[in-house]
Design a protein around this ligand. Structure first.
Ligand code: NI
Length: 206
């Protein structure tokens, strides 16, 4: 067991990997386990990795841009009626409470609807939230690869008249400075508990 792993276990001991896995399963982030806890733990460890997308400023953005820093990541789309704006609003509130501390923790909003969410559309949408949030889009295949890297689910849903909406994983992923998955933010938790979780995440910063 490496020192970093022990540190993570100490930090997140109260939650426990089993609890994290349960949270992921209940949010639809992970498929149901085939009963063995080891299989679930292995799946959690596989969340994250390299990616290459385009930011809302039109610049390339990849895993190299968050290397060595803890970061938060969330999948959504700008036409989302409720979950996405609520989550972005909550994240903005947490970032404001953290103040300059949050400068060390990139917060990424990755669209699952790149056909409509151009960099310009993301920039316009994100102007309603904390200005440090980075919107990310790309080609259909780049976005698809990103969702696979983070074990996220999304699906286009026809709602008639040529219109569509997107089903998607709503969890906010908290990733450690080593690029590995640490936990999800629970939106039903008290804000102070969420702030505590983010501060512990920031404590793992290199
Ligand atoms: Ni949404």
């Amino acid at each position: 067991m490496t020192g970093l792993r022990m540190l993570r276990i100490a930090l997140w001991g109260a939650i426990g990997l089993a609890g994290v896995a349960f949270a992921l399963i209940s949010t639809g982030l992970l498929p149901k386990p085939d009963a063995t806890p080891d299989a679930t733990t292995a799946s959690v460890k596989e969340i994250g990795g390299s990616f290459r997308l385009t930011s809302h400023t039109g610049k390339p953005f990849s895993d190299a841009d968050v290397k060595g820093r803890p970061f938060a990541l969330f999948f959504g789309f700008t036409s989302c009626p409720d979950v996405c704006p609520t989550t972005l609003y909550q994240l903005s509130g947490l970032m404001q409470k953290l103040g300059q501390e949050a400068d060390r923790m990139p917060v990424l909003f990755v669209t699952v609807d790149p056909e409509r969410d151009t960099p310009e559309q993301l920039a316009s949408y994100l102007s309603s939230f904390d200005s440090r949030i980075v919107g990310l889009t790309g080609t259909l295949s780049e976005v698809d690869a990103m969702t696979k890297t983070f074990r996220a689910y999304y699906r286009k849903v026809d709602i008639g008249d040529g219109d569509y909406t997107m089903d998607h994983t709503a969890a906010v992923y908290l990733m450690g400075a080593d690029g590995r998955f640490v936990a999800t933010l629970d939106p039903h938790e008290a804000e102070s508990a969420q702030i505590g979780k983010l501060r512990r995440l920031l404590g793992t910063s290199l």
